[in-house]
Design a protein around this ligand. Structure first.
Ligand code: IMP
Ligand code: MG
Length: 188
């Protein structure tokens, strides 16, 4: 067996969402987003992916939205290494283009405490977009420390540390095509 594959077998607990389940849900979200923004007569939807976790989700999602879409990226830091938030949020990379008067949809991998998105949405609101909404693949509502209005959510999950399809542990496992729970001994 390929050593990487053996490693993944060793550290991975159960698979929460396999590739097919993810694709199906992403398609549903794409249809819903398309319908909602069509109703809003949207002539441009600016989708802002939060680096790096949103990359696989964002790449799949933009391809099932039938609207004029432009994309931009932003990077924040809230986690150093490990599985718990540090509480301090910094901007590592800002978006390239202005969003004043634009319809903006922020795309995130997961909302945990909500601190990252709280800070980010306040910052983006100050630039006076025409609308600003959040789309997250995963949501851990039980961990929320601050209220965040989420318009689009792929799945709600319990308080377990997950990896894959963009989600990392210490930078790894983002490229796995499914979302799985890491065995606790893998990060103990
Ligand atoms: P928040 O500010 O606590 O909402 O943290 C959001 C960020 O924490 C996400 O963008 C992820 O990078 C990271 N995160 C939270 N929960 C998990 C998880 O279960 N697996 C991997 N990353 C996570
Ligand atoms: Mg992360």
């Amino acid at each position: 067996m390929n050593p990487w594959q053996k490693h993944v077998d060793d550290i991975m607990g159960k698979v929460l969402f396999d590739q097919q389940t993810l694709q199906r849900r992403v398609q549903e979200l794409g249809r819903q987003i398309t319908a909602d923004y069509q109703d809003a007569d949207c002539d441009e939807l600016v989708m802002i992916g939060i680096l790096r976790g949103s990359v696989p989700f964002m790449a799949d999602l933009i391809r099932v939205i039938d609207l004029p879409v432009t994309i931009d990226f932003m990077a924040m830091s809230s986690y150093a290494h490990g599985t718990r938030t540090s509480g301090s949020v910094r901007i590592l990379k800002d978006i390239n283009d202005a969003i004043t008067d634009k319809h903006v949809l922020v795309v995130e991998d997961i909302i945990d405490t909500g601190l990252t998105l709280k800070c980010l949405t306040e910052l983006l609101e100050a630039r006076k977009p025409r609308s600003l909404h959040i789309c997250t693949l995963l949501d851990k509502p039980s961990r929320r420390l601050t209220e965040i209005p989420v318009r689009y959510r792929g799945f709600e999950i319990p308080d377990e540390f997950v990896v894959g399809y963009g989600l990392d542990f210490a930078g790894h496992y983002r490229h796995l095509p499914y979302v799985g729970v890491l065995k606790p001994e893998a990060y103990a």
